[in-house]
Design a protein around this ligand. Structure first.
Ligand code: F6P
Length: 544
């Protein structure tokens, strides 16, 4: 289906033309109730999209696109376990991972038996570590847990582990290692005691180069320090869909926690991949996280489009990308504990929807996902916000903040929130020539004012949404992550692509394996392109 040829798409395009010369200032002055009309609330989350360049009819018109793309049908197909990940012939059932009870209504199979049994094993394992009863090879309690994984086997638990660090177990340190670069693992190992360290090998495929190399190095370090290869079975656990490979590595069966082909890496934090997180925050908090996600699932499945947070968020993204022409959008958390949220969203959105071929194998008729980027908002203000304010580019932003702080210091939280609210207002409303002139008049000679004036003008009209959370508790964070997951799904359906495969990551992996032997053997360099040959030659000069 070519969505851009549909009547709803054309209606949105006509509407865009009618709004194209309207500034956010005018939209606000025309409608005093705009903020209330263009905000949605869900549990402890306020989603204010009134500073987007939309009016109430925009959302209704965009909703027709979701209907045209048969979003309801696709949603039910996902929830009923149909193999909607066509290119990999897989179901997409991460939503089953947050359910508290079975059976899961699936046409083909019920997954809840496996999900609940694995969750019970995770709870027992996490409890034994948290209570200090899980002992290492030498009989000492485990005190450090190192999650070795990358992409979806790292970003979700790491992001939430940081977001919830205020409730983390005080005597158990959880670390994350993803990078091939020894600069991450080597300094960490120096701080660890092998007798009290447990490694979690998180890899759905159990073949990912980065994870396997780090795992091998960790294994060698452990065996060298404890002097016995049998120690591996007490100091390693695996979270994987390939248990046979974990057994080969030396991990005992009781320490292998399964996941399944129907959960994609970037949607897997709710599964055994979340074990490091469960160990840190405890099974009760983990259950609350799942509950928050499940509540968002129910909302997504049942709320009318115009009141449905994931749907509205997705439609606004499509509006900004396909109708206003934005090529990127910025994620700006005003909360230090959310520092990994932009990276998490980069994988969730760009690995899911960074595609130009549709589910039918044909080129898409429009561009799909914009570039997702971001940084802690307060730091960004003193770095790149200049471009957002005066760079002349359209960069929609998601501002995210929590009202209550987990680390209250006198005056800090109020100032942080004031900055967050100020930036979205300044971006939206800007400062006109007249306003700038009024400020400058009388402060300096006229010629200086004239020279300075153009620099003091802010065009405004930069669109943003603000997600204000009551606080960073597990339930609210569960809802927040599920909100973005469903946003990605809705956009994928409207763009007509498969959000659940990731063929684009394969080529680089294959090329890297062919280059690897040539790093050490100059005779193999000849088959590569001149640039790669030059890089290899330079490398050989300096590599010890
Ligand atoms: O290379 C991309 C990717 O396959 C991601 O989709 C995935 O989250 C990550 O690598 C890690 O994969 P695995 O869990 O199999 O090690």
């Amino acid at each position: 289906m070519n969505i851009t040829a549909s009547a709803p798409w054309k209606a949105v395009e006509a509407h865009r033309q009618s709004l194209s010369s309207v500034h956010l200032r005018q939209l606000f002055s025309r409608d005093p109730d705009r903020a209330a009309a263009l905000s949605l609330a869900f549990d402890g989350i306020l989603f204010d999209f009134s500073k987007q360049r939309v009016d109430p009819s925009t959302i209704s018109l965009l909703s027709a696109l979701a209907r045209e793309a048969r979003l309801d049908e696709w949603t039910e197909r996902m929830f009923s376990g149909e193999r909607i990940n066509a290119s990999e012939d897989r179901s997409v059932l991460h939503v089953a991972l947050r359910r508290s009870a079975g059976p899961f209504p699936s046409a083909e199979f019920d997954v809840m038996g496996d999900v609940l049994a694995t969750r019970r094993r995770m709870i027992a394992f996490a409890d034994s570590l948290r209570s200090g009863t899980a002992l290492g090879f030498t009989g000492m309690p485990i005190r450090n847990v190192v999650n070795i994984g990358i992409g979806g086997s790292d970003l979700g638990p790491k992001m939430l582990g940081c977001a919830l660090r205020s409730i983390a177990h005080p005597a158990l340190a959880v670390h994350y290692v993803s990078n091939l670069d020894g600069a991450q693992l080597a300094p960490l190992l120096q701080t660890l005691d092998p007798r009290t360290t447990l490694f979690l090998l998180a890899s759905k495929t159990f073949t990912t180069q980065e994870t396997m190399l780090n795992a091998q190095t960790a294994r060698e370090w452990l065996v060298a320090n404890l002097g016995d290869a049998h120690a591996v079975s007490r100091h390693f656990a695996a979270l994987t869909a390939k248990p046979e490979r974990a057994i080969q590595f030396g991990i005992r069966e009781e320490a292998i926690f399964p996941l399944w082909d129907w959960v994609g890496g970037r949607f897997s934090l709710w599964s055994a991949v979340g074990l490091a997180l469960m160990i840190a925050i405890g099974p009760q908090a983990f259950a609350e996280l799942l509950e928050g996600a499940e509540r968002m699932d129910e909302h997504f499945r049942s709320a009318p489009y115009e009141q449905n947070l994931p749907v509205v968020m997705a439609l606004i993204g499509i509006w900004n990308t396909n109708f206003l022409g934005a090529t990127s959008y910025a994620v700006l958390p005003y909360n230090e504990s959310l520092k990994y949220f932009p990276s998490f969203l980069q994988q969730l959105e760009m690995e899911s929807n960074g595609k130009s071929v549709g589910i039918d194998g044909k080129p898409l008729a429009c561009v799909a996902n914009p570039i997702v980027w971001g940084e802690l908002g307060n730091n960004g203000q003193h770095a790149f916000f200049q471009l957002l304010h005066q760079g002349g580019r359209l960069v929609p932003c998601d501002f995210i903040a929590a009202v209550r702080s987990d680390y209250p210091l006198p005056g800090h939280q109020e100032a942080l929130l004031a900055n967050c609210f100020a930036q979205s207002a300044a971006l939206a409303f800007g400062k006109t020539v007249d306003e700038a002139l009024l400020e400058l008049q009388g402060t300096m000679p006229e010629e200086q004012i004239e020279a300075l004036l153009p620099h003091k003008v802010f065009p405004g009209n930069q669109p943003s949404s603000t997600l204000l959370l009551s606080r960073l508790d597990p339930q609210t964070l569960g809802s927040l992550v599920a909100l973005y997951e469903h946003k990605v799904f809705v956009q994928g359906i409207i763009w007509g692509l498969n959000s659940f495969d990731q063929w684009g990551v394969e080529l680089g992996k294959a090329v890297a394996s062919s280059i690897l032997p040539a790093i050490g053997d100059p005779r193999l360099a000849g088959k590569f392109d001149p640039s790669t040959r030059g890089l290899l030659a330079f490398t050989r000069q300096y590599l010890a």
